[in-house]
Design a protein around this ligand. Structure first.
Ligand code: SF4
Length: 84
């Protein structure tokens, strides 16, 4: 499953949009630990995207995969959901 995502990425499916589902986010902050240039916690302890270009695609994907509640959703430039 994860290998397929990586393979798709290598075929040019770039991450174009990052969405955080605030209802799912539990503030575990693993996304922030992995991609501090992209995610930060707001004052409600929910992750927000501060810079979609703040890390490379691989790092952003790792951050999304690290989320215990799969609150991070990734889309390519055609609007297709590429994770989870
Ligand atoms: S890893 Fe998931 S639950 Fe934790 S802060 Fe990031 S989005 Fe929220």
């Amino acid at each position: 499953m994860q290998k397929n995502i990586m393979a798709e990425e290598q075929q040019g499916h770039k991450i174009a949009r990052i969405y955080v589902d605030r209802d799912k986010c539990i503030g575990a902050a693993s996304c922030v630990a992995i991609a501090p240039g992209v995610f930060e916690l707001d004052d409600e302890n929910k992750a927000v995207v501060k810079d979609e270009q703040g890390a490379d695609d691989e790092t952003i994907l790792l951050a999304a995969q690290s989320c215990p509640t799969q609150a991070i959703v990734l889309f390519d430039s055609a609007g297709n959901q590429i994770f989870p």
